[in-house]
Design a protein around this ligand. Structure first.
Ligand SMILES: [Zn+2]
Length: 146
């Protein structure tokens, strides 16, 4: 075997690159394309890359491994706005957690998770606190001004 044969690796995660001249593996290439299509700001892109370099493809909130292949999986890798509506800090999570967290900040999300857990395990009443950004996409009521 020749001495200079190298396995070309992804510059982000270290998996084998897609092709001999590619910078990214297929996962990072897919993430790169998705961030480009969604027009993420540069600081958001860099924070996503830094997250993957540090933790690999795991959910930011639960650390479960993300499914990078099946968009129909509840564990499929999706982007989450850490603060709802703020495009500058994006984290990776799975589709299931993202659906549960919708329209909540991380603090609100965990508050509601623990409220539900205490109710389920201990029978404690839930102390309801609506997320600050709560906004359901419902048609306005008949006499409601827009
Ligand atoms: Zn990669």
């Amino acid at each position: 075997m020749p001495e200079n044969v190298q396995t070309h690796k992804c510059i982000i995660c270290g998996r084998p690159a897609r092709t001999p001249n590619a910078e990214y593996c297929r996962y990072c290439y897919d993430i790169c394309m998705r961030m480009s299509w969604d027009r993420f700001p540069p600081e958001a892109i860099e924070s996503v890359w830094e997250y993957i370099r540090t933790y690999d493809y795991v959910c930011y909130y639960t650390k479960i491994p993300l499914d990078m292949d099946n968009p129909k999986s509840p564990w499929y890798c999706v982007f989450d706005h850490w603060i709802p509506g703020d495009p500058h800090r994006i984290v990776l999570t799975c589709a299931l957690v993202n659906d549960m967290k919708t329209e909540q900040t991380e603090d609100e999300f965990w508050y509601n998770i623990f409220q539900l857990a205490d109710y389920k395990r201990l029978g404690k009443p839930i102390n309801m606190k609506a997320p600050a950004g709560w906004c359901r996409l419902l048609p306005p009521l008949e006499n409601e001004s827009i």
